[in-house]
Design a binder for this molecule. Sequence first.
Ligand code: CP
Ligand code: NVA
Length: 302
Amino acid sequence: MSVRHFLTLRDLSPDELMQIIDRAIEMKALHKQGGVGEPFKNKVLAMIFEKSSTRTRVSFEAGMSQLGGSALFLSSRDTQLGRGEPIEDSARVLSRMVDLVMIRTFEHEKIERFAQFSRVPVINALTDDYHPCQLLADIQTYVEHRGSPKGKTVAWIGDGNNMCHSYINAAAMCDFKLNIACPEGFDPNSQLVAEHSDRVMVTRDPKEAVKNADWVVTDVWASMGQEAEQKEREAQFAGYQVNHEMMAWANKDAIFMHCLPAHREEEVSADLLEDEKISVVWDEAENRLHAQKALMEFLLSC
Ligand code: CP
Ligand code: NVA
């Protein structure tokens, strides 16, 4: 059988996705009771980073270590990839030496090309187009706090970016409705929206999106690689800040998520981010650890 990769959420079936979420919840509980032993003994994960990271790097590295394996941090600055060695060659070489490869890069096409030439599972740890690992943690967090997301309404406020695209995929896989509010010029991929037009709505009005939502999410207005646009974007996204006033339009028990890092007083007010009755961002960050352990276990067992 061919190798299973995790480049977008759609690489899993809805059942497999929920199986990973359930296992992540179980692994979190077992971790707090002393761990699950060393099922990954002698397993090695290569982690290629072409962009910065705190949560992704630490959660993968700690996760491998907790399960008895090890992780190699490979910055493109210090490998031959950064000096122009073809992706196809790097994929063939690395995948003869390690058991899993995790990549954070710019163009999504690069990770697809790497996966095509890899003998071992490749995990997308963020590209310009998708951030599926974050969605595993977000879904786990919703399930832990509110139960199944099936039939719920999620509001995405802000840029139609990599996180937004992964939320569109999650909507289809978990069967929830997704209202997206973004300024003109910052819409998510139109083809992806059209494919899911039965459950995904795009509006310019954040209040319309948040109305009756059970789960409200935002992300930075300028993603990695867009730093030069920061100032311009701050002006273009005025009115899109998620704060208590905006949350008042949502359902009473709605929760707030943000993949972090957050820019306080830009896409989210400091008060809301710190309001632990509504904001579950710290649990969301913690869950990266357990969701990815469950993902790696799944991929290694395929
Ligand atoms: N949310 C997330 O992916 O964080 P890092 O950029 O710190 O890895
Ligand atoms: N959209 C953000 C997510 C960071 C985790 C970015 O790509 O920079």
